[in-house]
Design a protein around this ligand. Structure first.
Ligand code: 5AD
Ligand code: SF4
Length: 461
């Protein structure tokens, strides 16, 4: 609902003394979906005549794009607001926008706990950001609607810079894992039409992107959207692969239930699809997976990975894990450790279970004590590091290409990404960020590899 009425009196957005052009700063918390949304909110503000600010301290408008997935993520919003509301040397404070999933789930609570917030906008309504900022002149403006119309149709052209870009192709979730807030904050699964995505991808490539990561809460549930009918993720990626300037395609995050054979086959047949799969498992215990409502078992997950490996033997696998879900015993946790050993993940993300209000697991009996969660997380992370280190060591000797992303710590060093999403540290005189360069991998560290440049003709994909 849009409510422009003032619950609390706040400072006017643009007092007479402020310059006519506002500088904005968007701070992103959480997942890649939020990184994409933050970029798009920046596009909206730029199209509305505002300019990007280098830092938060000199911004007139600060957007905090929040994440609600775990407790700590929400707390960060309140500590940031606390800092922003303190008057600056000239007595002013920025206009504060709380956006994202915390805004969606706890809009009313934010209003109570942080009266200085001027705009509260959810992840499905941020195309209205310029209008809400204008409304905030008369008091706090709120829009946490889940509108039937797609926000994407109302966004301006993308102004992305950089060789790697995210492209949201799907949003929302119908899976209702018992621990997770996403179905409540992002709504049901919706796919964007293929035509809309192809033109956004073309614009990205025209502005210099060579790698596009297709993102969605359940990206492999992509179905082509209402407008363009049934098209699978594999079909979309096939069409994207036809864009000549595009060199690399990735996708994340997938659900084991939607890992179709067509998608698995794409790993063998689509030459631009990178050999990397992020497939969250959450637990290695079928009993816990059932309590989580994951719709897969330990064995069905392992069988899926076997099919993936048959299609693409060198694939790098990644997963998400939760330790200390209600009722998790030491034996259940050992099942997770043995699954980690069996799979040999190249990368992984692991979390302590966090009770999220309104989710079924929050009120389940047998909540696991914090100290037990801490101890299990440490053991799991140690096992995952052993796995990623082994994967990196096994890559030594490979000739491949890396996409240079940023400067390294030492002078002359650059960091790039291998096809398997490893960070590769390299020294290449004359190379620039955004270049794809042929390298040989020479050493494997726990979280990265070292590489040396190769003559172009010696590189093999
Ligand atoms: N507690 C801990 N981790 C969670 N995740 C989602 N909800 C919770 C929660 N309540 C993790 C899952 C998911 C990732 C994005 O965040 O592992 O895959
Ligand atoms: Fe959350 Fe499960 Fe949906 Fe992933 S699949 S967003 S973990 S409910």
């Amino acid at each position: 609902m849009t409510a422009a009425g003032a619950a609390v009196k706040v400072a006017p957005v643009q007092p007479e003394s402020q310059p006519p052009v506002s500088r904005y700063f968007v701070k992103s918390f959480g997942c890649q979906m939020n990184v994409y949304d933050s970029e798009r909110m920046g596009d909206l503000l730029a199209a509305d005549g505002h300019v990007a600010s280098e830092d938060v301290k000199s911004a007139d408008i600060v957007v905090l794009n929040t994440c609600h997935i775990r407790e700590r993520a929400a707390e960060k919003l309140y500590s940031d607001i606390g800092r922003l509301r303190k008057p600056r040397a000239d007595g002013s404070r920025p206009l504060i926008v709380a956006a994202g999933c915390v805004a969606q789930a706890e809009g009313a609570e934010i209003g109570r706990r942080a009266p200085d917030v001027d705009v509260i906008v959810g992840p499905l309504a941020y195309h209205r950001l310029p209008a809400l900022i204008a409304d905030a002149r008369n008091g706090r403006a709120v829009d946490t609607d889940m509108p039937a119309v797609s926000k994407f149709a109302h966004l301006p052209a993308r102004r992305h810079q950089g060789a790697a870009a995210f492209l949201t192709v799907q949003e929302g979730c119908d899976k209702f894992c018992t621990f997770c807030v996403v179905p409540y904050t992002r709504g049901g699964e919706v796919s964007r039409p293929v035509t809309e995505l192809l033109s956004e991808a073309e614009a990205l490539v025209a502005s210099g992107a060579v790698e596009i990561t297709l993102i969605g809460q359940n990206v492999n549930a992509y179905d082509g959207g209402v407008a363009d009918g049934e098209t699978t993720l594999a079909g979309l990626m096939e069409q994207l692969a036809a864009l000549p300037g595009l060199k690399r395609i990735r996708y994340t995050t997938s659900h084991p239930r939607d890992m179709t054979q067509a998608l698995i086959d794409a790993h063998a047949t689509n030459p631009k699809l990178m050999p990397y799969l992020h497939l969250p498992v959450q637990s290695g215990s079928t009993r816990i997976l059932k309590a989580m409502n994951r719709a897969h078992t330990r064995d069905s997950y392992l069988a899926t990975l076997e099919r993936v490996r048959a299609a693409r033997p060198d694939i790098a696998l990644s997963g998400d894990f939760i330790v200390g879900f209600p009722g998790e015993t030491e034996a259940d946790f050992r099942d997770t450790l043995s699954l980690v050993e069996a799979v040999g993940y190249a990368q992984a993300y692991s979390f302590k279970y966090s009770q999220r209000p309104g989710t079924p697991a929050a009120t389940m009996a047998d909540q696991v004590p914090e100290a037990v969660k801490d101890e299990r997380l440490a053991r799991l992370q140690a096992a995952l590091t052993v796995g990623s280190h082994a994967f990196n060591i096994a890559s030594v000797g490979r000739h491949t290409e890396i996409l240079l992303e940023r400067p390294g710590r030492k002078p002359g060093q650059l960091i790039g990404k291998t096809p398997w999403l490893q960070s590769a540290v390299v020294n290449v005189p004359g190379a620039r960020i955004g270049d794809l360069i042929p390298v040989a991998i020479t050493a494997g560290q726990p979280n990265s590899v070292e590489a040396v440049p190769l003559e172009p003709k010696r590189a093999a994909a």
